[in-house]
Write a protein that binds this ligand. Structure first.
Ligand SMILES: Cc1cc2nc3c(=O)[nH]c(=O)nc-3n(C[C@H](O)[C@H](O)[C@H](O)COP(=O)(O)OP(=O)(O)OC[C@H]3O[C@@H](n4cnc5c(N)ncnc54)[C@H](O)[C@@H]3O)c2cc1C
Length: 494
């Protein structure tokens, strides 16, 4: 089922070019002179007052779109109730309602604009027919491994238009007669063939299946293993700037340079152990989305520290923020154990284990997996077969998490555990080797579309491409995550 994606990804254009010879105007006037000891003293003027003092100016209005609301005088009984109208909940709602299955979505604000800025690989959305829901495409991506090496990746990247994607999914829901109720789901109870849900406004519903798509903070999903999630933490701003040094045709996927911390010994030492990078989407010469990101940490890196590093980085790059249009605090739990399989409530989206354990990417995967989960639900609740209760829960959970997908997830978790052990130098060497791999492997890894066999091939190939220090890291730091992964795969297979 993972083969929803195209088997032959676009060609990779990976080159290693010394930083100093790049055409990219990273050599902002501020950086033209070689760094001196007191280099960072100059900007402590009003001109570079920290952007953290600015308040976001945008105040997104709810979508002006007609949706069919649940009428309290109607029967409060549905085939499927979905908690949450984020990307995952709405995608599942439009898919599962296709075959006449009665669906109701509950959310405190079903028409609100989604708050997060979503980036995806363009081929992922193209393969799902959702390319119209991207509002900006960068033909290439780049990775600054360090001050001397930049890799160019010939894979297009896009920013999701939250408005277009939400309208797309909502209009399909409306066409399939999905109902909406504006409230917070509060309590769920189960009988043999039905579940009951109470909302904070006093409304009660019953359904054959309740799907919790309420995101990372969900309280309805149970785990039978200790939670040992890693966390991606990031501070992002969509900013109006005087100027910026980024090429407009490239998204900056990761900038691991750390020269901005030259005069900040404490921050530099911490960054050497727990690295963060800059992720940047340049829209035009004055508008850019900037996000300082800790790929994964456990325990989670301090949010204040991430922000301080970002202030130092923007100052060093000579980026003066005139106004902040939006800001976001990104906190993504990644790579913990899967929820208990099966359980009476089904999960979809951020709380269902589908978050990529090593990158945090979720949106494209939710778009790809919702139709697969919907298929399993339709098989049970569709007009010809009325399978409810325990067999329905089994079918739904195993539809989302068949054995092969659970095993490949163990490999991605191994990827996360490896990254957790690497310092800045180790992380740089890792990505240097990673983006040298055959595009089929690095693209497939980032899009969760490799089979278990391909993932092992990727592991061997990464070892082969790695520098001596990178191999040393893998040999000395990875045995315990490797043994754990093999044990977990064996347990899954039993
Ligand atoms: C800041 C940020 C940036 C991210 N950027 C990316 C990215 O670039 N690319 C990517 O692939 N992934 C990204 N992610 C990860 C992931 O894709 C998002 O978190 C995504 O929003 C998850 O979708 P979801 O539908 O599962 O949950 P959410 O988008 O969180 O939606 C959950 C919905 O449930 C509702 N809800 C919550 N509790 C209840 C309740 N009790 N009753 C009823 N409704 C409830 C909420 O109001 C919300 O509407 C990002 C995450 C964050 C936090």
């Amino acid at each position: 089922m993972e083969t929803l994606f195209k088997p032959s990804p676009p060609a990779l254009l990976t080159t290693s070019i010394p930083y100093s010879s790049l055409k990219t105007p990273f050599l902002h006037p501020f950086l033209k002179t070689p760094p001196r000891k007191n280099h960072h003293k100059a900007p402590k003027t009003n001109k570079f007052t920290s952007f953290l003092e600015l308040e976001p100016i945008s105040n997104p209005k709810p979508l002006n779109f007609d949706i069919p609301w649940f009428n309290p005088s109607d029967r409060p009984s549905f085939d499927v109730i979905i908690i949450g109208t984020g990307p995952a909940g709405l995608r599942l709602a439009e898919q599962v309602s296709k075959n006449g299955i009665k669906v109701c979505c509950i959310d405190p604000s079903p028409l609100s604009m989604w708050p997060n800025n979503y980036g995806v690989w363009v081929d992922e959305f193209e393969s799902l027919g959702l390319e119209d829901c991207l509002d900006k495409i960068w033909p290439m991506a780049c990775v600054h491994v360090n001050d001397h090496k930049t890799k160019y990746l010939g894979r297009a990247y896009g920013r999701v238009s939250r408005k277009e994607l939400k309208l797309n999914l909502l209009s399909k829901c409306v066409a399939n007669s999905v109902k909406f109720h504006k409230a917070k789901a509060w309590k769920i109870e189960h009988e043999e063939f039905e579940s009951f849900i109470a909302c904070d406004d006093g409304t009660e519903f019953k359904a054959s299946l309740i799907v919790d798509a309420s995101g990372f903070t969900s309280s309805f999903i149970e785990y039978d293993k200790p939670r040992n999630d890693g966390f991606q933490i990031a501070h992002g701003i969509l900013a109006e700037v005087d100027d910026h040094p980024f090429d407009l045709d490239k998204v900056v996927l990761m900038d691991f340079r750390d020269s901005h911390l030259g005069n900040e010994p404490y921050l530099r030492a911490r960054n050497s152990r727990f690295p963060t990078f800059l992720y940047a989407m340049p829209f035009d010469s004055n508008l850019v989305f900037l996000e300082e990101t800790s790929l994964v940490s456990r325990p989670v890196l301090s949010y204040m520290e991430v922000k301080k590093r970002m202030v130092a980085r923007l100052r060093h790059l000579g980026i003066r923020v005139r106004a902040i249009i939006e800001d976001e605090k990104c906190l993504i739990p990644m790579g913990g154990p899967l929820p208990r399989i099966p359980q009476n409530v089904m999960a979809m989206g951020g709380n269902s284990g589908i978050v990529h354990p090593a990158t945090g990417y979720t949106v494209a995967r939710a778009m790809a997996l919702a139709p697969i989960l919907a298929e399993s639900i339709i098989e049970c609740l569709g007009s010809t077969r009325m399978i409810r209760g325990t067999p329905l829960y089994h079918k739904a959970w195993n539809g989302l998490w068949p054995l092969e997908r659970r095993c490949t997830r163990e490999f991605y978790r191994f990827g996360m555990e490896t990254l957790l052990k690497l310092d800045l130098d180790g992380t740089r060497s890792f990505f240097n080797a990673f983006f040298d791999l055959d595009p089929h492997y690095w693209q497939g890894f980032l899009s969760s579309r490799l089979s278990l066999g391909e993932l092992f091939m990727l592991g061997f190939s990464l070892f082969g491409h790695g520098s001596n220090s990178s191999r040393f890291d893998l040999v000395t730091k990875c045995p315990s995550p490797l043994v754990k992964m093999m044990g977990n795969i064996a347990l899954e297979a039993i």
